[in-house]
Design a protein around this ligand. Sequence first.
Ligand code: ADP
Ligand code: LRH
Length: 477
Amino acid sequence: TVGDVFAAIDIGASGGRVIAGQVSSDSVTLDVVHRFDNGPIEMHGTLRWDAERIADEMLRGLHAVAGRYGPVAGIGIDTWAIDYGVVDPTGKLTGPPFSYRDDRSVRGVDAVRAAVPEAEFYARTGLQHLPFTTIYQLAVETGLGDEDQAMLMPDLLAYRLTGRRATEATNASTTGLFDATRGDWSPELFAAVGRTPSIFPTLIQPGETIGTLTPAVAAATGLPESTPVIAVGTHDTASAVVGLPGPGRNFAYISSGTWSLVGVELDRPVLTEASRAANFTNERGVDGRIRYLRNLGGLWLLQESLRQWELEGLDITLAVALADAASVLAGGPTINPDSEEFVAPGNMPNRIRAACAAAGQERPETPGQITRCILESLAAAYAATVRRAAELSGMPVEEVRVVGGGSQNRLLCQLTADAVRLPVLAGPVEATALGNVLVQARSQGVVSGGLEDLRSIVAASTTPIRYEPLSQVPTAH
Ligand code: ADP
Ligand code: LRH
């Protein structure tokens, strides 16, 4: 093997992977060693995450990495943001963590608004309004006793590996309890939900070592006890933004998975009234950069549609849906993909039909028409969001870089290039894992430099596909 091997545990809302990344001073290669499905599970009418199963899959993946590569130079964990588990004083999880798609949080919104007006909330946190942000969940949390702690998902998994509790800052920035300008907890916002920052373990930064493996984890995985578990951008989107291919900074990005995260990278937050009205977020990135972006409904809409068609006994795979969509004429009905009606699991094709009908548009009927509607809606929303991000931030955007599972969707990439009228650079698929291993490798001295240097390594090690905007877009009209 060439270079040092680092293990990346990258768990999205729809699937997890354990990846071995081999890093030298100027290259990185990934080997996806273990994959598993993920998704919210129903429990007594609530939506939860099966944290025990996720932890078991993580250990199984690390065991497979050890089997293939022997000892590793580090382990880094990233997952989706916002959600937390409650840990009792003995270190046990008190129950399966709630999913952000559970509707309990909606009741928390009014309680928080009553204590902190929306404008003040934005001025402090810089966060877009999402009805499920951690602070809203905490406002209705009944299971967090005085002796307990709340631990964000990646921190919970790192605790499982090391027995050390910490809260990594990029993910903390998504909680609605974090001051975007100071880069630290906001005690005032904790007070709004009757809590203090001590409900979370101590804040740490990407690059810091959380701890080493417990004897039990070392035995289960075959990795040495001395293996460091290193904080990366534990918010998956923070790692994805590190793993964008270089060069330069005049680009917008789309991290395309269950969600589409669309925006630009800045040095300072934009906390203006115009930015709040446009619902842009200022999440913390690695090296204190700001991820200035919006959440758009993303490929969740397609995942849920595929699930529905399967329930109906239709044999529609992702490949079939995309092929059918490609032969549907452009210019058909569209929806607003970040509308709150699409957040909960359910019959997505019917919700999409209803939304189109309510807007006085033609109803998409077939799987191909539904898929086309989703992709055109996403592309249009991407274009509007990229333009708005550029306007509000002053960042001159010359290109759009798409990473994540959705970067493999050729139709979506071309529609995006056409809608935004800029070149789209698609890939790498596993940008998140690349960002994860490169931040680990930098902390161990295997690579050096700032994010631009890390992105040059990504560019040198991957071959993204370029989509040029078509000057003439054929439409149905
Ligand atoms: P997350 O990290 O949120 O779980 P991913 O980055 O893994 O999400 O992206 C998952 C999405 O990628 C799927 O919903 C699917 O639409 C898309 N995808 C995966 N494989 C392909 C493929 N071969 N072609 C087109 N799209 C794909
Ligand atoms: C993407 C993501 C996104 C969050 C959402 C909860 O996986 O982390 O950045 O807003 O999940």
